[in-house]
Design a protein around this ligand. Sequence first.
Ligand SMILES: [Zn+2]
Length: 109
Amino acid sequence: MHELGLTQEVIEIACRKCEGARVRRVVLEVGLLTAVLPDAMLFCFDLCAEGTPLEGAKLDIRQVPGKARCRKCSKDLTLEQPFGNCPCGSLDLEWLSGQELRIVELEVV
Ligand SMILES: [Zn+2]
């Protein structure tokens, strides 16, 4: 389950950013191409946040679609899953975004 490692990373970053203050809410932007399952992540978050300034904090996950460009016809595509093909039939896509995992907001008490 790769959500566990990612969640631990998010918590570490959030802990560093909040400098010991208690965190009430974390808003996380997750690219759909990361294939992160929000439910699994929420579950891991509650577990991993225990004993940290993030204990009891609410995790808000915002999923954002990915963008890719076809290497064959240069068309830009929006992808909602970590695979896809261009309408021209090509599978040779260059992913431009959608693999990000970013803390966009950190609400401290
Ligand atoms: Zn194409």
